[in-house]
Design a protein around this ligand. Sequence first.
Ligand code: MG
Length: 339
Amino acid sequence: MRAILADPRFKRILIGEDPTNVDRCWLTLKKRLAGAGSSFGTMVTAMSGVELALWDLAGKAAGLPIYRLMGGKLRDRIRIYQDCGAEDWGWHADIGAVARRAVADGYTAIKFDVDMPTTYELDPWNRCLANREITYIVQQVGLAREAIGYDVDLLIDCHWKYNVSDAIRLARALEPFKLLWLEDPVPPENVAAHRLVTQASATPICTGENLYLKHGFRELINTHACDVVAPDVPKMGGLSEAKRVADLADLYDMAVGPHNVSSPIGTLAACHMLATVPNFLVLEFHGCHVPWWSDLVQGPQPVIKDGYIMVPDGPGLGVELNEDVARAHLRPGEGWFEM
Ligand code: MG
């Protein structure tokens, strides 16, 4: 990603453009980088980073928060769910205790992974679930549900692991737990497979974190192949493009629950856009094991309070990157971002 952004061919494209014409700048990048892959993958994510920065700049130039430039806000705060994930990619020793801890931190929605191997797995490649695996997963989800009750929303992520028929068996077996959603039960490339799972169970199905641009979501949404759409805002194209996806989903009466593994910069940028989106449901927070996550920005603190993010009212993003904190947590061997 840094290599793309530092590439002089990328950097030169916007020289001479008015940076407050955000959509024009982004479409210029998309057009000029078409041959280099501006419709999918890392190139789109690099363009998304630029787009977020342009919105921040445009907001600062106008003296307005980004949400004002995007049509004004419908809500003052954005509901966040805590991704409790897995334990070092294994099963939590006490999933109920983890669930209770997240709720004690104020979250009204929490998510767990269930796609780690169980001792009952017969084959790691064939996407099949043995009956005993389903029984084990149902037992673990039941323990989480029992710990938090039914007033807290519970989400389960499968990371694209299963085939259609076994995903359906799992979705049906989890129906008693009234999940907010079951995420990515089947591989992401096959919209028809998602549609089969979605139609076969009362458990709502969520997907979308691997899709890029509005075009990537077209078939998923217009065939109603899921119940909740999960664009990753700073990955799939940026604020304008994610808002277009949300609008398309709204046209089909579908909710949007974005995937998010970002720093507070990407997260707050998404919040500005989501404040303007009628069909927004809940936004992911993936950094609960990163104690300095909030410290990465200077501005209203803590960024997440009682399971919500207040949308900042300052110009642009309303926060600034704390470069000292960011530099202090560079990965080994990773240099500082210089343009
Ligand atoms: Mg996921």
